[in-house]
Write a protein that binds this ligand. Structure first.
Ligand code: SF4
Length: 353
């Protein structure tokens, strides 16, 4: 059941703006909204590491080039020690967070996840941003626990925040077509709401270019805004287009262009007037577009990631270094600042230390 009324004047005005306003007009409106939230000339970024603890998955998302079915010889589950070593490498370059996500692996017991949280906090303490809503729903179904109980137990074991992975398009007609076996719209949003209720901050994503309509994208944004109005738990929004190359069943899809990205980012900034931060997705769009995005609503340059297996498996990644990120942000006219997951700034003296 959708709570978004597509016939409302608010919805129709947003859709009209997205479809008919000029690119520069959208950028101007988005930049004004960005400056309302962030009047200072700072652009933040985070140093973190994406750790995909397993690539074994039974969800069979049509756009995913990363996963392997059970019993495939290329399937893996990282050991605690391997995960610990990756965290140490991340911390060695100033990393303050890990993004811990994996496939829906039916062979891992729930206790493994809880013990992993405890192991990390005991031996390699770092902020754990982990387990997208789709994984939480999978855990709930697989282990016979309610979603609140899964969140409660993961949090008690050491989970700090939940990423917005697997959001794709929050319209069931689209999810049924491309990701039928994983969390549908209400379930996905339900995990986010529960995490907020338990005091966690989370992020939210949108992956577009799945054959959805403009109205579907607007509905996704309205759903996010409605939930945020109730909980205030979203720290940030990030969107990026489908990378069709290398995907099992969507490689024939046309890749959307940079103008579509900037228009989508801008309309997100305009609609999501209650979400404080929007990230630029330079990892999928490249640095040129990533810099322009800072004038189209983004106030954050995302992360200097050490690994991005899911996107890179589909063939599109841009890599960068710390000094290059600083230079790119300065060249775009802003002051670069490192941040934590909750967007608090890291003191320059801590960076130098
Ligand atoms: S996107 Fe995630 S849930 Fe979907 S098939 Fe890939 S690993 Fe599995």
């Amino acid at each position: 059941m959708t709570v978004t009324d597509r016939t409302s004047s608010d919805f129709r005005a947003a859709l009209d703006l997205y479809e008919h306003a000029s690119l520069l007009e959208l950028g101007r409106l988005a930049d004004a909204e960005r400056r309302r939230h962030h009047p200072e000339s700072t652009v933040t970024y985070i140093i973190d590491r994406n750790i995909n603890y397993t690539n074994v998955c039974v969800a069979d998302c049509k756009f995913c080039a990363f996963y392997r079915r059970p019993r495939n010889r290329e399937g893996y589950v990282l050991s605690f020690e391997e995960i610990g070593a990756k965290i140490d490498e991340c911390k060695a370059i100033g990393g303050v967070q890990i993004l811990l996500q994996g496939g829906h692996n039916p062979y891992i017991p729930f206790e493994w996840y809880l013990e992993l949280m405890r192991y990390i906090k005991r031996n390699h303490p770092i902020h754990i941003h982990g387990f997208s809503p789709s994984e939480v729903v999978f855990f709930s179904e697989r282990y016979g626990l309610s979603v609140p109980e899964v969140v409660r137990q993961l949090k008690a074991a050491g989970l700090d925040s939940i990423p917005g992975g697997g959001g794709e398009i929050l319209v069931d007609a689209i999810r049924q077509r491309v990701a039928r076996k994983k969390a549908q719209t209400e379930e996905w949003l339900g995990v986010q709401e529960e995490a907020h209720r338990q005091g966690m901050k989370t992020s939210v994503t949108m992956m577009y270019g799945l054959g959805e309509s403009s109205a579907d994208r607007i509905e996704h944004l309205f759903r996010v805004r409605e939930l945020q109005a109730r909980t205030g738990g979203f720290t940030a929004f990030i969107c990026w287009p489908l990378q069709p190359e290398g995907t099992p069943e969507m490689s024939h899809y046309q890749k959307t262009d940079a103008v579509t990205y900037l228009r989508t980012l801008a309309i997100a900034r305009i609609i999501l007037d209650n979400v404080p931060n929007l990230q630029s997705s330079w990892v999928t769009m490249g640095h040129k577009v990533g810099q322009i995005a800072l004038r189209f609503g983004a106030n954050d340059y995302g992360s200097l990631m050490m690994e991005e297996n899911v996107v890179s498996a589909a063939g599109t990644t841009y890599r960068t270094t710390l000094s290059e990120i600083d230079r790119l942000i300065r060249d775009a006219g802003y002051d670069p600042r490192r941040r934590r997951q909750d967007y608090s700034l890291i003191d320059d003296r801590e960076v130098a230390a």
